[in-house]
Ligand binder design. Structure first.
Ligand SMILES: [Zn+2]
Length: 166
């Protein structure tokens, strides 16, 4: 077998490669900007990628691990280990500003910033991702996936989903 010469694998190149993997449930954003990838470590014989899935029992976990493994191997890693860390648990505070903008552009209201005070933020009005109006009403606590809630905008009259703050 002829070995292909690949550029050296660095922490930066691994992060860049992971930024190309879309989230299985929210393909407009990638695993890094959602805050799922927590750390990258280089061991003697493997590249270790530490991830924290967004919601416990996330069915997309297997798909995600496989995509991570395949993508980093493509970068030239001989062995890739995906390590799942649940402590601390994932929080929507880890979603980057760039990812929030992409969610909003896709019509999904990003989770409001709560800095730990989740109850307070759930009582505040949610802005419509289309017209910015805060005259919105909750229609259903569960949207197309458990991590979303359905709202109706009373200004533009369009329904929209909110990515639940967590
Ligand atoms: Zn609206």
């Amino acid at each position: 077998m002829v070995m292909q010469t690949l550029p050296a694998l660095t922490e930066a190149s691994v992060w860049r490669a992971l930024e190309e993997i879309p989230d299985p449930e929210l393909p407009v954003v990638n695993l890094v900007e959602l805050g799922i990838v927590r750390a990258i470590r280089f061991n003697a014989d493997a590249v270790q990628v530490v991830i924290t899935p967004t919601f416990a029992g996330c069915p997309a976990y297997e798909v995600m691990s496989e995509q991570i493994r395949a993508r980093i191997e493509q970068e030239g890693a001989a062995r890739v280990e995906v390590v799942v860390r649940h402590d601390p648990p994932w929080t929507s505070e880890w979603i980057t500003e760039a990812a929030r903008a992409k969610l909003k552009a896709a019509g999904l209201a990003p989770p409001p910033r709560h800095t730990g005070n989740l109850i307070q933020v759930l009582l505040e009005p949610v802005a419509c991702p289309r017209c910015e109006s805060t005259q919105t009403s909750l229609r259903n606590s569960f949207g197309t996936t458990p991590c979303r809630m359905i709202y109706t905008c009373n200004n533009c009259l369009e329904p929209f989903e909110l990515f639940k703050p967590l």
